[in-house]
Design a protein around this ligand. Structure first.
Ligand code: DQA
Length: 152
C-alpha cells in the first residue's frame, strides 16, 4: 500500500498572534507571520507538507488536534500549557508524536509556568530558544518521519 504523505501540523496557542509587539523582551520581535514564513520555507526545502494554525480558544485547539490527518504535531500551547487537561488528552488521544515548543524558557520564569501538562506525553520539548525553537522542532520532525518511513 502507498504510504500517506508526511505532514506536520503546527499549532500556536493563545496570544501568539501578538508576537512582535507582545512583551518583546521575553518573546522577541519576530512576528508570527515571519515565523510561519520561515517554517514554510524550511518545509518546502525538505519536501515536507505543513499546516499552520493559531487559535486563542482551547476548544478549537482540541478539535483541530482530534480531526488532524497530519502525522506529526508541533505545538506551542502558550498559556494552556500550564492549565489544559483537554489539550493534553487530545494529544494523547490521537497518538501522533508531538514536540512542545516555547519561545521563552518557562523554567526561568514565574513558578506557575514551570509546570507543563504536555511535556510528559511529548516526544520532546524545546524551550527558551525563541523562534529558532520552531525551526529546530521542524528539523526534528523531518528526521523522525524520515527514520520511521525507513522502518516501515
Ligand atoms: C509561552 C510561555 C507561556 O508560559 C506563555 O503563557 C505563552 C508563551 C512561550 O512560548 O514562551 O503565551 O508558551
Amino acid at each position: 500500500m502507498k504510504k500517506k504523505k508526511d505532514k506536520v501540523l503546527v499549532i500556536h496557542g493563545p496570544n501568539l498572534q501578538l508576537l512582535g509587539k507582545r512583551e518583546p523582551g521575553i518573546y522577541g520581535t519576530m512576528t508570527l507571520e515571519a515565523i510561519n514564513k520561515e517554517l514554510c520555507a524550511y518545509a518546502s526545502k525538505k519536501g515536507l507538507a505543513i499546516e499552520i494554525v493559531q487559535s486563542n480558544s482551547e476548544g478549537d485547539i482540541v478539535e483541530k488536534i482530534a480531526a488532524t490527518r497530519c502525522n506529526f504535531l508541533i505545538i506551542n500551547p502558550a498559556a494552556y500549557t500550564h492549565t489544559s487537561v483537554a489539550i493534553r488528552d487530545a494529544i494523547a488521544g490521537v497518538n501522533i508524536p508531538a514536540i512542545e515548543v516555547h519561545l521563552s524558557n518557562i523554567h526561568k520564569r514565574e513558578q506557575f509556568r514551570k509546570k507543563s501538562l504536555i511535556s510528559d506525553i511529548a516526544l520532546g520539548v524545546i524551550t527558551g530558544l525563541g523562534s529558532l525553537g520552531y525551526v529546530l522542532a521542524l528539523e526534528a520532525a523531518h528526521e523522525f518521519l524520515k527514520k520511521s518511513s525507513q522502518k516501515s
